[in-house]
Design a protein around this ligand. Structure first.
Ligand SMILES: Nc1ncnc2c1ncn2[C@@H]1O[C@H](COP(=O)(O)OP(=O)(O)OP(=O)(O)O)[C@@H](O)[C@H]1O
Ligand SMILES: [Mg+2]
Length: 586
């Protein structure tokens, strides 16, 4: 099983004399046993990417093949953890070793000594299948960790542990299937590059509500769906990803941060532990798993990180949770692919990315889904990836390959960000292919008129863009009165509805109920003023300044005060409407 290093080039090494090795085997490289993964075999010669810093490796040092694929450890203890791309516990390592992680450090991802309070949820003699719940552990203040029969196992329960405290390596159940006995522990492993099996994927029919108006109203993502956030430098990708982590109605957050700047890791490590879960007031980390990478970590670990993240997400999905996975930014991951491919001297594709870039991106997003679980429950993984194309030009390969697979596109816009219009989601270029699927949900749960209101608002925004073009030619004053009205109302939609300040205590989150009230008010103002115009009133004669100011206040108004404010505005609109009618008759 032993081999020797014959070449080292950055994070790629070549080892000789590995007779029985195969693609994707994990090897231990050099005297310190750095973790590497075989990415190419040529006879008994293996080419491998190494997940740790390779400086200091010398030719001739030994290489040992474990014969196992790159896997993650799955058990209670994941929640609240901060891992690197190959699931090394960064927070623990940093406590022990400081900020710079030395190569060859061995530390379990999951604590072997900690005891968890296990409650059995099945009985001896029960027949159980893979995915079925046999027990439960309270993992954090917010998460009940379901202990499931692992994929591939089934049978009759011969023994199950009594309620009590156990480590993740204690046997908590024994199954028997055709005379074959299987011991079940809370700790299981899963190879990261393989999706966990599902019985059936279901069509995504429920929105992942985010509390972000422009998203929930115009470009919703479904639970179990996929979305991309492409945007140039500083356009707000990270703020949106954080907002989704804080406010979306997912049960579990897996946040995979791959930053370009060296200090971004410290940023993630310091900001996340301080974020609050807004609904419970508990730390957000009580339902979050964090995967952190930076540019100063080996590129190969960054390459693996998205798979580690999505595998952990699938694991919680299998417990019946709705999981949201945020990857910020996937461009850093793609660059890792490019660098490794370059070292392999593969034939480069577009812009130096490997030819398999599109396939890899596709495979990642395809692990999103709403799935049916044993016992009729459902669980979901929603995948949201930020993309940072150089110069914001989305014609580049990572953006293009992403757009081919995701169904929601939140196009962040440099011009909007410069004008401090946040979130800088461009309402004319963005889209969601889930809108039709989700309309039914919105009709049933918010209001039957939701799709209609949404369409009306969007058509005003689209008309605004057209009218602005005409106005540039003929001048504003030459516009028909009704066009002026469209500009007037579209401005309200943009400034008081689409814009949302992530750093304002109230504005940071809008319930769909609040969103609906706002949309109805804006629509009422528009239709009232339009009627007045039919009666001959011109826009400059409509005294709506007071009303506009009140509408601008709704976003900063607390949830329980919104409906009284909106009544007030409605009355005021009715009053100008009446005046308009009188004016028209006179
Ligand atoms: N919703 C928002 N409300 C208020 N300010 C915002 C909002 N979104 C973004 N900003 C402002 O824009 C700045 C840049 O945002 P952010 O860091 O998310 O951009 P980015 O696209 O992730 O940048 P990078 O390319 O450097 O990763 C923020 O620091 C903040 O000042
Ligand atoms: Mg960012």
């Amino acid at each position: 099983m032993g081999g020797r290093i014959v070449s080292v080039s950055g994070s790629v090494i070549i080892a000789d004399d590995l007779e029985n090795a195969k693609m994707n085997d994990i090897i231990l490289v050099g005297d310190n046993g750095l973790i590497g993964e075989i990415i190419k075999m040529d006879g008994s010669r293996a080419i491998a990417q190494v997940y740790e810093d390779t400086s200091g490796l010398r030719l001739g040092e030994k290489v040992i093949n474990t014969g196992n694929p790159l896997s993650v450890e799955l058990a209670p203890g994941l929640i609240g953890s901060i891992f690197d791309g190959v699931q090394r516990p960064l927070d623990l390592i940093m406590k022990k070793e400081g900020v710079f992680i030395k190569s060859g450090i061995k530390m379990n991802a999951i604590d072997r000594t900690k005891k968890w309070h296990f409650k059995p949820k099945a009985n001896a003699d029960d027949d159980v299948e893979a995915g079925q719940e046999i027990g439960e552990v309270k993992e954090s203040s917010l998460v009940k960790h379901k202990i499931l029969v692992p994929p591939g196992s089934k049978g009759k329960i011969k023994k199950i542990a009594d309620e009590g405290d156990y480590t993740v390596e204690d046997v908590i159940a024994v199954l028997e299937d055709n005379g074959k006995k299987t011991e079940i522990k809370m700790l299981t492993k899963w190879p990261v590059r393989v999706s966990r099996p599902v019985k059936e994927k279901l069509p995504p029919m429920i929105p992942l509500l985010t509390g972000q108006r422009v998203i929930d109203t115009f470009f919703p993502v479904a639970m179990g769906g996929s979305a991309a956030i492409p945007g140039p430098f500083g356009a707000g990708k990270t703020v949106i990803s954080h907002q989704l982590a804080k406010w979306s109605d997912a049960d579990i957050i897996v946040y995979c941060g791959a930053g370009e700047r060296g200090n971004e890791m410290t940023e993630i490590l310091t900001t996340f532990p301080e974020l609050k879960d807004q609904k419970s007031g508990k730390p957000l980390m009580d339902r979050t798993v964090l995967i952190a990478n930076t540019s100063n970590m080996p590129v190969a670990a960054r390459e693996a990180s998205v798979y580690t993240a999505v595998t952990i997400a699938e694991y919680y999905r299998d417990m019946g949770y709705n999981v949201a996975l945020m990857a910020d930014s996937t461009s850093r991951w793609a660059e890792a692919l490019r660098e490794i491919s370059g070292r392999l001297e593969e034939m480069p594709g577009e812009e130096g990315y490997p030819a398999y870039l599109a396939r890899r991106i596709g495979e990642f997003y395809e692990r999103a889904g709403m799935v049916k679980l044993p016992g009729g429950k459902t669980g979901s993984v929603t995948v949201i990836g930020a993309v940072s194309p150089a110069g914001g030009d989305i014609s580049e390969p990572v953006s293009q390959s992403t757009l081919r697979v995701v169904r929601v596109f939140w196009a962040l816009d440099a011009a909007l960000a410069n004008a401090r219009h946040f979130p800088s989601i461009n309402w004319l270029n963005s889209y969601s292919l889930y809108t039709d699927n989700l309309d039914q949900w919105y009709r049933k749960n918010i209001d039957n008129d939701w799709p209609d209101l949404r369409e009306k608002m969007m058509s005003l925004l689209q008309k605004e863009a057209e009218i602005n073009e005409i106005a540039q030619l003929v001048g504003y004053d030459a516009l028909p009165e009704k066009d002026k009205l469209v500009l007037d109302v579209a401005k309200i939609i943009r400034e008081d509805y689409l814009q949302q300040n992530a750093f304002d205590d109230i504005d940071t989150y809008s319930s769909t109920n609040k969103e609906h009230i706002m949309l109805e008010i804006i629509q009422l103002l528009y239709s009232t003023e339009e009627k007045m115009m039919d009666q001959g009133v011109t826009l400059d004669k409509i005294d709506n300044k007071d009303i506009k100011q009140l509408i601008a206040r709704i976003r900063y108004t607390k949830e329980d005060e919104v409906s009284s404010l909106s009544k007030d505005i409605e009355n005021k609109i009715a009053r100008i409407g009446k005046k308009g009618a009188l004016h028209g008759k006179s």
